[in-house]
Write a protein that binds this ligand. Structure first.
Ligand SMILES: O=C(O)c1ccc(O)c(O)c1
Ligand SMILES: [Mg+2]
Length: 643
């Protein structure tokens, strides 16, 4: 599949955009007119630069408001077009995008439009240019891709074809099946964009909220499957108007963009293959689908992770964390035999404290580790999706752990077992703490009554939220849930859960991304992430017993205001004894259609704190109604600390 990206997707100057697109591995670009007009590079310079970078200049766009106009205006439009055709000759670009009229259209007449498009195609042919006509979703008279295609078919000129743009088609809910009736050679260009489903006018939705494939809610593999069946084999090019991407780091956005196309290509290949299997199955009824002309690459496939293997916190001084972990009931398994790293466990929950390269670093989450079937394959997949493998120094005979870096710098380990824990020694071993393992109505996880990591909550700078969602869903096969807004004294926090499917009444992995507007755009884990606390949640089989034991060990609980308990009583009518126990231990409570949730939080150390949870009868949430309470108490504590 030939990949492309419109320059309008990226920040920076035209030169910066071209360099970033080439570096991320794109085959070609669409030059957006404003980027050229505002550039100090001459058209010839742009052509040479693209050649040097090995980047195709695949489209010049947009040419606006050609059709459905009176004769005099049409003549002026042709003059305007001719100037652009000359410019394209200097740039070495063959195809121009002409979008349906949204501004000056005054005559609703298909015969006139056909004539005007034919006239433009004649002029284009004289200049060796091809015209790709695109229906904008808000076009005055032409706003449906089938209508645009009918006009192109009727104009019947070899220099005129159509451009399909997923946004204009899927935002209007048009059926994509009829795409297969368009001959592939009459599709001159294909633009792809995803978007969240929003209820707003389509123009603003398009100009501000498009996202890269896999970051929104459109069914793009189905669309591209239809396109592939037409025989089209030209560029599949990202055209994503997004306020955030246009101000984010250009190279980072280009990599995110490339990842989205690699993901889309794989999903389309899978979709096409599944269709073929279905067609063969119904062989008697339907002819087996032909293999599309567009080559579609796949990636090493991985199953969703089967658990969280460990979480790592890095700090220069780990003593405050050690105290907190001991109070939580964790036991020290001692130091790594060659590195300044220690291991702490509670049941199957493993926390690694890392003092390597930690000078001046306040405690914060630095790595996550997932259990996978095949770690080498998982790293191969992630690498093909543009994740950078992590090289960690290791000595002969040590377990080598496979890892890649998430875009925000978090190290993501992919583990097949916990053999690596044998590198640690000299600790107290598995201490049986009171209250940690009492049998109880075990929830979804805490299998066999053993504690485990329930979820990890990471902060993301708002500029990189969509990128993080795509990264974790494409590399690790986590499924994004609808996001939720949570109020906090510093602003709204958008909470995005990514998780594995429900199995045995529970979920193996839950990851929550918190989009906090005040986490700086240039935040890199371990340096300035301390502006927003992140946490590791441990599931235990009996939360009240665990809380009692923690209190005996002197654990600093996050104090919960009394108003919360009054509200809880009003909402849930809890038995008085239960309410009193919740209040006594600063516990929080929630209920969903499955069961109940009990949880509490610790004080924050550096930028990390811990949560302890109990899921009863398959409760499947995160206590979201309680999150504003936590944010408010943490906010107050932070401000007290600053005074
Ligand atoms: O918003 C626009 O004007 C616009 C221009 C060109 C396109 O290809 C498009 O999809 C939208
Ligand atoms: Mg478009």
């Amino acid at each position: 599949m030939r990949t492309g990206i419109a320059t309008v997707c990226l920040s920076g100057t035209l030169e910066e955009k071209l360099r970033a697109a080439a570096k991320a591995g794109f085959g070609g670009v669409e030059i957006f007119e404003t980027d050229l007009v505002t550039s100090s590079l001459s058209p010839e310079d742009v052509r040479l630069l693209a050649e040097d970078l090995g980047l195709g200049l695949d489209l010049y766009q947009p040419f606006r408001d050609l059709d459905s106009v009176p004769e005099e205006l049409y003549r002026a439009n042709l003059r305007r077009a001719e100037a652009k055709f000359g410019l394209m000759g200097r740039l070495g670009i063959e195809t121009i995008l002409v979008c349906s009229n949204v501004g000056t259209a005054s005559i609703d007449d298909d015969a006139l439009r056909t004539e005007q498009l034919h006239g433009l195609a004649e002029l284009a042919a004289d200049h060796g240019v091809k015209v790709a006509y695109e229906a904008l979703a808000w076009g005055t008279y032409v706003n449906d891709y089938e209508h645009a295609w009918r006009l192109v078919a009727d104009a019947d000129h070899p220099s005129l074809g159509t451009c399909l743009d997923t946004f204009h088609i899927l935002s209007r809910g048009w059926d994509t099946e009829p795409i297969e009736k368009i001959p592939g050679e009459k599709i001159f260009f294909v633009q792809v964009a995803d978007a969240p489903k929003l209820s707003m006018d389509v123009l603003n939705w398009s100009r501000h909220y498009r996202v890269f494939p896999g970051e929104g809610q459109f069914d793009l593999p189905k669309f591209l499957g239809h396109v592939a069946h037409t025989g089209y084999n030209g560029p599949v090019s990202l055209e994503v108007f997004n306020d955030t991407f246009r101000q984010a780091d250009v190279e980072r956005t280009a990599v995110d963009a490339m990842r989205s196309l690699i993901w889309l290509e794989e999903r389309t290949a899978q979709h096409v293959a599944a269709q073929r299997v279905a067609a063969e199955h119904d062989g008697a009824l339907a002819a087996p689908a032909a293999k599309p002309a567009m080559p579609l690459r796949t990636l090493p496939e991985v199953a969703p992770p089967s658990g969280m293997n460990f979480a790592e916190v890095t700090a220069e001084d780990t003593h405050p964390l050690e105290r907190l972990l001991a109070q939580l009931g964790f036991a020290s398994q001692g130091e790594h035999r060659t590195k300044p790293v220690s291991l702490w466990t509670l049941g199957d929950a493993r926390i690694v404290l890392n003092r390597q390269q930690a000078r001046g670093v306040a405690p914060g989450i630095s790595a996550l580790a997932f259990d996978v079937d095949d770690a080498v394959k998982a790293v191969a997949r992630a690498s093909q999706l543009k994740a950078v493998p992590v090289a960690r120094a290791s000595q002969a005979g040590e377990e080598i752990l496979q890892a890649v870096r998430a875009p925000d710098g978090t190290e993501v380990f992919l583990c097949q077992d916990a053999r690596w824990t044998r590198e640690f020694g000299g600790g107290e071993g598995e201490a049986a703490h009171d209250g940690d393992r009492s049998p109880s109505s075990v929830g979804s996880g805490a299998r066999g009554g053993r504690a485990r990591i329930d979820h990890i909550n990471l902060a993301q700078p708002w500029q990189h939220y969509d990128e993080a969602v795509l990264f974790y869903s494409s590399t690790l096969a986590l499924t994004p849930q609808p996001s939720q807004d949570v109020s906090s004294p510093s602003g709204l926090v958008r909470s995005q859960v990514m998780q594995t499917p429900l199995a045995d009444g529970g979920r193996a992995v839950r990851l929550a991304l918190n989009l906090a507007p005040w986490v700086r755009a240039d935040s890199v884990r371990g340096t300035v992430f301390d502006t927003f606390a992140e946490h590791i949640a441990i599931e235990v089989p009996d939360l009240i017993a665990h809380a009692q034991a923690c209190r005996r060990r002197g654990l600093p609980f996050l104090p919960i205001p009394d108003n919360y308990y009054e509200d809880l009583d009003a909402r849930f009518e809890l038995p008085p004894g239960k309410l009193a126990a919740l209040r006594e231990f600063d516990l929080l409570y929630d209920r969903d259609e499955h069961g109940e949730f009990l949880h509490f939080y610790t004080a924050t150390v550096g930028s990390v704190f811990f949560e302890v949870v109990q899921r009863i009868d398959g409760y499947d949430g995160f206590g979201a109604p309680n999150a504003p309470v936590r944010h408010a108490v943490q906010h107050a504590a932070q401000h007290r600390g600053q005074r």
